[in-house]
Design a protein around this ligand. Structure first.
Ligand code: DAH
Length: 343
């Protein structure tokens, strides 16, 4: 038979069959039959060598044209079938607007951040302004200006992470911020509350970790007395614990305060009876405090003959533990959502 007529027949038959294929499976069967390796149009190509030489170019061209026409028709039909399937699905699946939405997971502030904010809120309401100072400190700010000269045994109270750059360290407490604040405000009176991360090179335990936040309090002015300190801290304790817990001030020692004290609150875990958290004492220390040492005032730029002041330092982690009866301070930093989402 004339190959050109045969090609025309293939084209017509192919298109007719394609019109009948209306789903993915029959389309695929059509593709194998009309465009696959053994499809009639492919056989025309294989027979090309047997055709008379002068007819070969024309047969070749027509065969290509038929193949392309079939391919184009196939692509178009494939698209049409897909679109029809999608439309069918969309009309079948009605949107149920009464279906409750999926509740998004709402984040929240970490319990220590919540406690920190509460502490800052209380002190700012008393007229202290929030002040920030660096995590990386010089030896002078962390120790010397706070009346702890090099080689002084009191340095043993703060096991320190030193940086590889000589003279620099990770602050072991927020107290160096006192010096920064005083130097910024002297000779004007100053009242600051100073939050921040502190670092200590020591064994982690149920009540302490190598990294923790502190809040420092500092007031410098005329005629500030120990009574001002005690009143401020008692008011703070009443507000942060809701007047539920007993507190006491106990004489203590810090190089940067004189006199120095520690404030304890009754242990919430055992209600003051004595347990492993309070080491049997019934009390938990929540902060160190005292009247600012004259040497520290001097380093801050104040004349100790004219100015006095008080300072205190506390750990919001500890305070969060007390308010929520948390047994192990490390749970604050393990990032276990089952623990954190309770607050
Ligand atoms: N800096 C002390 C510490 O980390 C805490 C402290 C005690 C801060 C007494 C003070 C203070 O401001 O007056 O152990």
């Amino acid at each position: 038979m004339d190959e050109l007529q045969e090609l025309e027949r293939i084209r017509r038959e192919g298109l007719e069959r394609l019109a009948e294929a209306n789903d993915a499976a029959s389309l695929e069967a059509w593709r194998v039959a009309y465009l696959g390796r053994n499809a009639p149009v492919m056989q025309v190509f294989s027979r090309l060598g047997q055709a008379p030489k002068e007819l070969r170019p024309q047969i070749g061209q027509s065969a290509n044209a038929v193949k392309q026409a079939l391919e184009a028709a196939y692509q178009e039909k494939l698209e049409a079938v897909r679109r029809a399937a999608l439309e069918e699905e969309l009309t079948r699946q009605k949107l149920d607007v009464t279906l409750p939405g999926r509740r998004p997971f709402l984040g929240r502030h970490h319990i220590e951040t919540q406690t920190m904010r509460e502490i800052l809120r209380i002190f700012t309401s008393m007229g202290f302004q929030v002040y920030s100072s660096p995590d990386i400190e010089t030896d002078e700010y962390n120790f010397t200006y706070l009346n702890i000269p090099p080689h002084h045994p009191a340095r043993d109270m703060w096991d320190t992470f030193y940086l590889t750059t000589p003279g620099l360290l990770l602050r072991t407490h927020t107290s160096p911020g006192q010096i920064h604040a005083m130097r910024q405000f002297a000779p004007e009176p100053v009242r600051v509350v100073l939050p921040g991360m502190c670092y200590r090179y020591e064994q982690a335990g149920a009540r302490k970790d190598i990294q923790f936040t502190q809040v420092e309090l500092l007031a410098v002015g005329y005629d500030i007395t120990f009574a001002d300190l005690k009143g401020t801290l008692q008011d703070f304790a009443d507000r942060i614990f809701g007047e539920r817990l007993r507190t006491r001030l106990r004489p203590s020692y810090f190089p940067f305060t004189e006199p120095s004290a520690e404030m304890d609150v009754e242990c919430v875990i055992c209600n003051g009876k004595g347990c492993s958290v309070c080491k049997g004492s019934g009390w938990l220390e929540i902060m160190g405090c005292g009247l600012v040492h004259p040497v520290v005032l001097q380093h801050g730029g104040y004349d100790p003959a004219k100015f006095t002041g008080f300072a205190a330092g506390m750990g919001p982690g500890r305070i969060a533990m007390l308010r929520h009866a948390i047994q192990d301070i490390r749970s604050l930093y393990e990032n276990d959502v089952r623990f954190l989402e309770q607050f």
